[in-house]
Write a protein that binds this ligand. Structure first.
Ligand code: UD1
Length: 436
């Protein structure tokens, strides 16, 4: 199992190019199941989650061809059973999003319940309610969600996709993919507005779907007879870009993140301005301005995670690390995944002062952190721990970095290119893998 060994204390200096968005590419790969023709994708990030999704698609009858760096062709012949098993779905929750395409095109889907993970319970009730609203009959059987459309196909319908934490990104995409081949019109209300929902809708429309209003809370879909092949380039990963921006801010360095969409990161940029981080930005880049982190400590700045365009829950842990060194007390409130605080205990090992109060974390800034061995628990928390290592005095070892490989393309190489002292080492197995 790999660990990262980080020698902290150096400001990062350099340029990093944003990869394609993990949260966009996973559902877009699933959308390849909606047609027999070829879906050609560009800007596909090289991530273990992408490899997991490709394995699932292959099990479901797809042929995958790597046509160049970050490019793929997928052709999906509906030969295999429309069944996605527990062994693969438990590894990655997003694999539940093959449900919509299977139900829409083949009229039947059997997908294992994903179960919980280290960031919380994560139910799929909104997905199920959405499929039912489109006319599917759903039952649970031996840990699987089984759905069947009427013999003539799904009629379509009105689906309300709210959850107690706002709209569901996954349910919006899943139900959208089932609706594109329905016989009639569907309306999704309280739909998620995330850029990854818009990217999927753009890809579906390039395949011949009729999806209108993606990016707003009401999405209208006119079902079509069949979809065809298309070419699509995946949008840049706003969470990866945001993580590198915070890496620049936390080390007091000049980090230029290129090939990103600053308009997708408004909430983060606003919080950075409020905290006193110098930022310059252009159409497709963001750059942090250098600062002496010991002399110019940041202002404590509260954030609350919310659905897009609010502050993303996937940047909450990174923000917490930044605030551990602010000059005062800040409050971080988690409204999407109330238990997403596994990183908190690890940060205490580095000397941070944080206490949890129900769904909030109160962070009392300290003058410095000092290195220790710490354990990654989920994808974004592990990225945050790496950032903490970069700014801690002495050596930090981050264990279980397989979590980070799920969603960050060669993070250690990119940080090293910007002057970070970080290396990957293989160590004897030290624990079980956890689903995410
Ligand atoms: C997606 C992202 C993840 C991000 C999250 C929130 C992908 C692959 N993952 O996850 O990185 O952190 O959005 O921005 O895109 N909920 C229910 N019932 C449901 C579905 C969700 O109650 O049927 C709840 C969840 O427990 C959570 C909230 O709704 O509290 C939002 O979850 P959701 O938007 O569905 O997250 P994912 O799509 O799983």
């Amino acid at each position: 199992m790999d660990i990262f060994v980080i020698q902290g204390g150096k400001p990062l200096e350099g340029t990093v190019r944003t990869a394609g968005a993990k949260n966009s590419v996973l559902p877009i790969l699933a959308a390849a199941l909606l047609t027999e023709e070829t879906l050609s994708l560009e800007n596909v990030p090289d991530l273990s989650d992408v490899r997991t999704m490709l394995r699932i698609l292959e099990m479901l009858g797809a042929e995958v061809e790597h046509t160049g760096p970050n490019r793929l062709d997928i052709r999906s012949r509906p030969s295999a059973q429309p069944v996605a098993p527990w062994e693969l779905v438990r590894k990655m929750r997003a694999s539940f999003e093959v449900f919509g395409p299977l139900l829409g095109r083949r009229g039947r889907a059997e997908v294992s319940y994903p179960g919980g993970c280290s960031i919380g319970v994560r139910p799929v009730d909104a997905h199920i309610r959405g499929f039912e609203a489109l006319g599917a009959k759903i039952r649970t059987q031996e840990g699987y969600v089984v759905a069947e459309a009427p013999p003539e196909g799904l009629p379509g319908g009105e689906a309300y996709l709210a959850t107690s934490s706002g709209s569901s990104v996954g349910a919006t995409r899943n139900v959208m993919m089932a609706a594109v081949l329905a016989r009639g019109r569907s309306v999704l209300t309280c739909a998620a507005c995330e850029p990854e929902v818009v990217d999927l809708a753009d890809c579906l429309n390039a395949m011949g779907a009729k999806v209108h209003g993606a990016g707003s809370p009401t999405i209208e879909i006119q079902g079509v007879e069949a979809l065809h092949g298309a070419k699509h380039s995946v949008i840049p990963d706003r969470i990866e870009a945001g993580t590198y921006v915070v890496a620049g801010a936390i080390t007091g360095g000049r980090v230029r993140v290129e090939g990103c969409r600053p308009e997708h990161l408004t909430a983060l940029l606003d919080a950075l301005y409020r905290s006193g981080v110098g930022i310059e930005r252009g159409r497709d880049w963001i750059e942090t301005q250098p600062r002496d982190i010991h002399k110019e400590r940041l202002r404590p700045t509260d954030i609350t995670t919310q659905p897009y365009p609010g502050f993303p829950t996937d940047l909450q842990a990174q923000w917490m690390v930044l605030m551990t060194l602010a000059d005062g007390v800040s409050v971080i409130t988690e409204r999407i995944f109330p238990d997403r605080y596994m990183h908190l205990a690890e940060l205490l090992r580095l000397g941070a002062r944080i206490r949890r109060q129900e769904t909030a974390a109160v962070v009392e800034g300290v003058a410095s952190l000092s290195g220790a061995s710490i354990m990654a628990s989920d994808l974004r928390a592990s990225a945050a721990l790496v950032l903490a290592g970069l700014v801690s005095k002495g050596q930090t070892q981050v264990h279980r970095v397989y979590h980070i490989d799920r969603g960050y393309e060669r993070i250690e190489e990119r940080l090293e290119n910007m002057g970070g002292s970080i290396r990957r080492e293989s160590v004897a197995v030290e624990g079980q893998s956890a689903p995410g």
